[in-house]
Design a binder for this molecule. Structure first.
Ligand SMILES: [Zn+2]
Length: 199
C-alpha cells in the first residue's frame, strides 16, 4: 500500500480529516471524521457520516458506504467494498474502563480484523473482532460474522454460515466435480478440500 502524503482529490467542506496519510484520488464525503493516525490509500471513496479511528488501515480503491465506523485494529485491503451501516468491532470482551483498568492498560485488548483484497461486506453486516475475511469473500446483508471466512465464500445469516461461493465479479458460482466457471465473466475456479482458487 502506498502512503502518499498528498492532498486527497476531494474532501467535502463538511468532513473532518485529521490524518495526513491519505492517498491521491480518494474522496471523503460530508460529516465523516477521520482521526490522526488512520492510514488510507489512493482512489478510495468514503461516504458520509463515517468515523475512521487512528490505527485503522485502508488500502487502495476501497469503497466505504455511509454510516460506517472503522476502528483501531481494523484493516481493509485493496478493493474491499463496505456497504452502508456495516459495524466493525475491535474488542471481544468490552467493559467500561472503570470496571477493567488493567485490561486497558496496554493495547493487548485489541483483536484485529482483516478484510482481504476484493471482499464485499453487505449492508448492515456485523463483523465481530478477531475475524479474517478472505479474498473476494461475500458477506450477505445483515450477516453477523463470528469467525474467519474463507476466500470466495458466501456467508449468510446470524451467525454467519457458509452458503456457497462467489466469483471475483460477485456472481454466484457452483462447483461440478471441483470445477466451476462463472456464467457472467468466464473466470474458472478449482476447489480443494474447503478452499477455492482461480484455475
Ligand atoms: Zn464472474
Amino acid at each position: 500500500m502506498m502512503h502518499i502524503r498528498d492532498r486527497p482529490s476531494f474532501v467535502h467542506s463538511a468532513a473532518l480529516v485529521e490524518t495526513e496519510q491519505i492517498g491521491v484520488g480518494t474522496s471523503v464525503w460530508a460529516f465523516t471524521h477521520i482521526l490522526n493516525g488512520a492510514i488510507i490509500g489512493s482512489r478510495c471513496n468514503i461516504g458520509g457520516q463515517c468515523f475512521i479511528e487512528g490505527g485503522a488501515r485502508i488500502g487502495n480503491a476501497v469503497t466505504i458506504k455511509n454510516g460506517c465506523s472503522v476502528w483501531d485494529g481494523v484493516s481493509l485491503e485493496d478493493e474491499v467494498f463496505v456497504g452502508p451501516a456495516v459495524v466493525f468491532t475491535n474488542d471481544r470482551r468490552p467493559r467500561s474502563r472503570a470496571m477493567a483498568p488493567s485490561r486497558y492498560s496496554t493495547r493487548r485488548w485489541i483483536s484485529p480484523t482483516v478484510v482481504k483484497r476484493g471482499a464485499t461486506l453487505g449492508a448492515g453486516a456485523i463483523i465481530v473482532a478477531g475475524s479474517t475475511i478472505g479474498e473476494f469473500a461475500f458477506v450477505a446483508a445483515g450477516t453477523v460474522v463470528t469467525g474467519n471466512v474463507p476466500p470466495y465464500a458466501l456467508v449468510v445469516g446470524v451467525p454467519g454460515r457458509a452458503a456457497g461461493w462467489v466469483c471475483e465479479c460477485a456472481e454466484a458460482i457452483s462447483f461440478v466435480r471441483s470445477r466451476a466457471r462463472c456464467d457472467a465473466c468466464g473466470k474458472t475456479y478449482a476447489r480443494a478440500a474447503n478452499s477455492v482458487h482461480r484455475s
